[in-house]
Write a new protein. Structure first.
Length: 318
């Protein structure tokens, strides 16, 4: 069994990049390759990445340089070059602990293995994050789909091991036209293939979660961020209608859907308040949600009213 570990990198600090690569290579429990895709970094960064790889002196690490096309294009290229039976994605500013992976996991004939993670914020404070709020072990695809749709779980591509065949047989790739939400849609497409799934409550991944990164993307391209978020939300709504039982799961989904729209709405008010098209789309979402006839909690109803009547001064208390 060979595990292909794909690491996209773009202008990441040299020490941070080396921290990531060193965390990956600190295991000898199974065979793996490291595929680094330099997505058009500045020349001085690219040179440093080459030096880092050269100093490691291992033939299982390869780096490819390409014209900048975004993280999705880098991940897709890594998939193209990969030779492993299984795939793992790692961002160049994060870390992994491969020693938590028991090679016996691969004897269970699973297609999709999901791990927990450690979050690190801007102040260096760490917190253990459960990827799912269900028991570990083998799980059915519909249970994972509920976690995705109702609880916003399993949205990131990292912290998971994916059988490559699941991707290649339906040509599943990251959407290179998106800058936000494409990784969640990638995972959703995997879940809808009904893979054999294993959940392992071990902290494989260390995620450096800096909110400023997302805010900077909103500042640079608020309209596209909004459109991408709405694409993701629409796909969630469509799959809720197709796969979930409205009687059993409807209220939970709608309450979460309202929270998701509310988060986007606050971002729009902050970064694109004058964009009428964004406001019109959100109004359509509000009308769609109001058509739900089931019972939802008071807080969700309040949020709906605040969005509908634009009572912005109350937002800060929610």
């Amino acid at each position: 069994m060979l595990l292909s570990i794909i690491v996209p990198v773009y202008n990441v600090d040299f020490n941070v990049f080396c921290r990531c690569i060193n965390s990956i290579k600190n295991t000898n429990r199974f065979n793996y390759e490291i595929i680094i895709i330099d997505d058009g970094s500045k020349a001085e960064y690219s040179k440093m990445y080459d030096e880092c790889i050269k100093n490691i002196k291992k033939d299982y690490i390869k780096i490819y340089h390409k014209v900048n096309g975004g993280v999705s294009s880098a991940r897709n290229l890594g998939l193209k070059f990969s030779k492993g039976t299984y795939i793992m994605f790692v961002d160049a500013d994060d870390e992994v602990n491969l020693n938590v992976i028991d090679d016996k996991l691969f004897n269970f004939n699973v297609d999709y293995i999901i791990f927990d993670r450690i979050n690190v914020n801007e102040n260096g404070i760490t917190a253990i994050k459960s990827e799912l709020n269900i028991n570990e072990g083998k799980i059915e695809y519909i249970d994972l789909l509920k976690q995705f749709l109702i609880y916003n779980r399993c949205h990131t591509p990292w912290g998971k091991i994916i059988r490559k065949e699941i991707l290649t047989k339906k040509n599943l790739k990251f959407d290179e036209s998106m800058i936000q939400g494409e990784d969640a849609i990638f995972n959703l497409n995997i879940i809808l293939e009904k893979p054999q799934i294993m959940y392992v409550k071990r902290n494989l991944y260390k995620y450096y979660n800096f909110k400023s990164t997302v805010n900077n993307r909103w500042k640079k391209n608020a309209k596209m961020m909004f459109e991408n978020y709405m694409v993701l939300n629409q796909k969630k709504y469509e799959n809720y209608k197709t796969y979930l039982n409205e009687k059993d799961d409807g209220a939970k989904f709608i309450e979460n859907y309202i929270r998701n729209i509310f988060r986007v709405y606050k971002k729009v008010e902050r970064f694109a308040a004058k964009d009428k098209e964004c406001a019109d789309i959100i109004n359509k979402e509000i009308s769609k949600i109001k058509s739900y006839k089931g019972n939802i909690n008071i807080k969700s109803r309040l949020i709906m009213i605040l969005m509908e009547y634009k009572l912005m001064w109350i937002f800060k208390f929610i």
